[in-house]
Design a binder for this molecule. Structure first.
Ligand SMILES: *Cc1c(COP(=O)(O)O)cnc(C)c1O
Length: 484
């Protein structure tokens, strides 16, 4: 198929939609309960049509100026209000609608950094299981990160170790409720107390599960206190495009008070154009995702989210049981929320090969590389749509495990392993990367297979990052003819 965005003559609508549909056929299935990452599917009849219409209604509204588009201000305030009521907010709670979890975390770090202009070299203290978006925030904002080991068994942050890491230059302490990789909830009460005692802000990253934890608690799960009601918690983030089941592009960052939020804002009246006033990173931004999120919350309602949480919980239990029932596999941690994370202690059963075998059977999981003492794992983000397919997972898993054992683990050539262990990131030349990409079959795109994961897995994190950046650079190449 010819991919040409700008033809000489415009193409009829039906033809374009057919082309896009054909392109979408190569994608992982966003619906159907067989994709355990990237997508959050409630499987609610009619919701996609509603959100598409709501998105279209506001697609051209510009968040650049909420006074010009009061509809945007009203819907944003409604989303922030709903998040605040769900997450322990009070009359002083304020917030910002952002484009996603990463933006929410960057803004939380920015607000904390800019609240302390007197600190020359500001630092952020996080558990090592905190989302990589904190590392991105630190990278963008030039804040140093102190990463604190977690409990090796529970994989939860240690308040004692966090306390020991806080210095006079610390501007923010953060933790997860729950963590993305393993779905475990850090001890927020103790960590927030440590931060408060040191006079430091405390952010709770509830981007992943913030919208589902309150409903899981109502179903009887022992969910500890994690939200703005906890003394010492100064901000919390929740992604509406995760367990609020809104289409992509919406997260909420809540602050305990307007004073805490103020250093997050940016204004400039010092140029000859319009005065610029932005709560977040983007300036021009579409009202589409905000209207779609508003429609989702209003359509599902509290009772809808309760029902969806119940279905999700049933699916989590079924998947966990499936893992327990297969010889050679084990749960890395008992599922505490909506993540099932599994690993293998059996040398003949390579989890990256297993992920490939599952994919070949139509089940798309998320391989996670080894980190410190944590072995390679397979991550399953479980959403309500999985309730319909969970019973089919156990036989598929049994079958995939047999296939993965039969194939055996990936064996990388010794020279390649030696090279990967000794190579420094700056020694990675474009030729070397191109050669590797070619031999690993990365150049054609597609989900990285077991061999690529095996290679990344033996590389130190800095080298992994360099490989990934170079690989992406190879994929992101338009076809542009020579100038004439
Ligand atoms: C997804 C996630 C983020 C980042 O969110 P994006 O919307 O992908 O930018 C941050 N923290 C946690 C815990 C997450 O699960």
């Amino acid at each position: 198929m010819v991919i040409e965005a700008l033809p000489e003559e415009g193409v009829p609508a039906a033809e374009i939609l057919a082309e896009l549909g054909a392109l979408r056929d190569a994608d992982l299935p966003t619906h159907g309960g067989r994709l355990f990452a990237y997508v959050y599917d409630p499987a609610v009849e009619g919701l996609d049509a509603l959100t598409a219409s709501a998105h279209a209604l506001a697609a051209h509204v510009n968040g650049l100026d909420p006074t010009a588009f009061p509809s945007l201000l009203a819907t944003e305030n409604a989303l922030v209000g709903a998040a605040a009521r769900l997450l322990g907010g009070g009359p002083d709670t304020v917030g910002t609608v952002t484009g996603g979890g990463t933006e929410s975390l960057i803004l939380a770090v920015k607000a904390a950094r800019d609240a302390h202009p007197e600190i020359a070299a500001p630092r952020l203290v996080i558990p090592e299981t905190a989302h990589a978006a904190f590392l991105k925030a630190a990278h963008y904002l030039r804040v140093e990160v102190d990463r604190v080991p977690v409990d090796p068994v529970t994989l939860k942050a240690s308040p004692k170790k966090i306390k020991a890491a806080v210095t006079k230059d610390t501007v923010l302490v953060a933790c997860s409720a729950p963590s993305y990789a393993h779905g475990v909830i850090d001890p927020v009460e103790e960590i927030a107390a440590v931060a408060a005692e040191a006079g430091v802000r405390c952010h709770v990253d509830a981007c992943f599960g913030g919208w589902t934890l309150p409903y899981l608690r109502r179903l009887g799960l022992p969910i500890p206190a994690f939200d703005l009601a906890v003394p010492g918690v100064t901000s919390i983030s929740v992604d509406l495009h995760k367990y609020a089941y809104a289409p992509k592009g919406v997260s909420v960052l809540l602050h305990a008070s307007a004073a805490l939020r103020r250093p997050q804002y940016f204004a400039s009246a010092d140029w000859p154009g319009y005065t610029m006033l932005n709560p977040g990173i983007a300036s021009t931004r579409s009202g589409g995702p905000i209207a779609a999120a508003y429609a989702t919350l209003r359509h599902l309602g509290e009772s809808g989210y309760r029902r969806l949480a119940a279905r999700t919980l049933g699916a989590v239990r079924a998947l966990a049981e499936a893992v327990r029932s297969v010889d050679g596999l084990r749960l890395l941690v008992p599922p505490e929320t909506t993540v099932v994370c599994l690993t293998s202690d059996d040398a003949g059963l390579d989890v990256f090969v297993l992920a490939e075998a599952l994919a070949a059977r139509g089940w798309h999981t998320q391989p996670q590389l080894a980190y410190g003492d944590i072995p390679p794992t397979i991550h399953l983000t479980v959403t309500a749509a999985v309730a319909a397919t969970a019973a089919d997972f156990a036989p598929a898993l049994t079958d995939a495990v047999a296939a993965a054992r039969a194939r055996g683990p990936v064996v990388l050539p010794d020279e390649l392993v030696a090279l990967t262990r000794t190579l420094t990131p700056d020694a990675l030349t474009p030729e070397l990367v191109a050669g590797l990409a070619e031999s690993l079959g990365v150049a054609g795109g597609g989900v990285p297979g077991a061999t690529v994961n095996a290679l990344l897995n033996v590389a130190p994190p800095r080298l992994r990052e360099q490989f990934l950046i170079e690989f992406l650079g190879l994929l992101q190449r338009p076809s542009v003819p020579p100038r004439n």
